[in-house]
Design a protein around this ligand. Structure first.
Ligand code: GDP
Length: 196
């Protein structure tokens, strides 16, 4: 598919360094270690996110080009204790500026480790998407780490809590990169947001 031609475009530290705000953009968010890189790579059949982890490309926003008018954006997962507080505040400010101003942004993919769902970071992203009405799709990652019944129970619980707290602009599914659980479902949502 289209995603096979995904290539690294630019690493932006601020909103004014972003590519032209036209076409379709989908952003990927997740607390560090939630499985965001693995999900991005699995969904695009590329090793995009390794690029994001190389030094010098750990800026605020990493843009990947799919075609002339479509991009994926890797947002920082600032859950690391290692990240200094001033840097976290810098990210938070510019992340909010990006999320609040980006016309081409069509949806937000949020990765949550199924064993640690709804972290403070996740709640912040949910609050923002609720306030702005931006569609959000949640991947409960590492679903292979739980037995199927337990994974399903967690899915229903998290789904219920999200419906109560944030409403129904949010969809959610199980996901596993190595076991390829939910890959097609996630690609369907992505394709829809990208106007494919
Ligand atoms: P990121 O920091 O959010 O980009 O997370 P990574 O994608 O780098 O994943 C963090 C760790 O979790 C790595 O050791 C991955 O191999 C592992 N991981 C990611 N996704 C899955 C998954 O679906 N299942 C399992 N079992 N491990 C995963």
């Amino acid at each position: 598919g289209l995603c096979q031609q995904a290539t690294f475009l630019i690493s932006a530290a601020k909103v004014d360094q972003c590519p032209d705000d036209q076409g379709y953009e989908v952003a990927f968010a997740g607390r560090s270690n939630a499985g965001k890189s693995s999900a991005l790579n699995t969904l695009t059949h590329a090793s995009l996110a390794r690029t994001s982890k190389t030094p010098g490309r750990t800026q605020l926003l990493n843009f990947f080009r799919l075609d002339e008018e479509r991009r994926l954006v890797d947002l920082p997962g600032y859950g690391y204790a290692k990240v200094p507080i001033p840097l976290k505040l810098h990210w938070q400010k510019h992340l909010e500026a990006y999320l609040g101003s980006r016309e081409s942004l069509r949806g937000l993919m949020l990765m949550m480790d199924i064993r640690h769902p709804l972290t403070e970071f996740d709640r912040m992203m949910l609050d923002w998407s609720g306030a702005s009405g931006m569609p959000m799709h949640i991947l409960l990652t590492k679903a292979d780490k739980l037995a199927f019944g337990a994974a399903k129970t967690t899915l229903l619980k998290v789904q219920q809590e999200i419906r109560k707290g944030w409403g129904d602009h949010v969809s959610i599914q199980l996901f596993s990169a190595p076991k390829r659980i939910g890959v097609e479902d996630a690609q369907t949502v992505l394709g829809h947001w990208l106007g494919l």
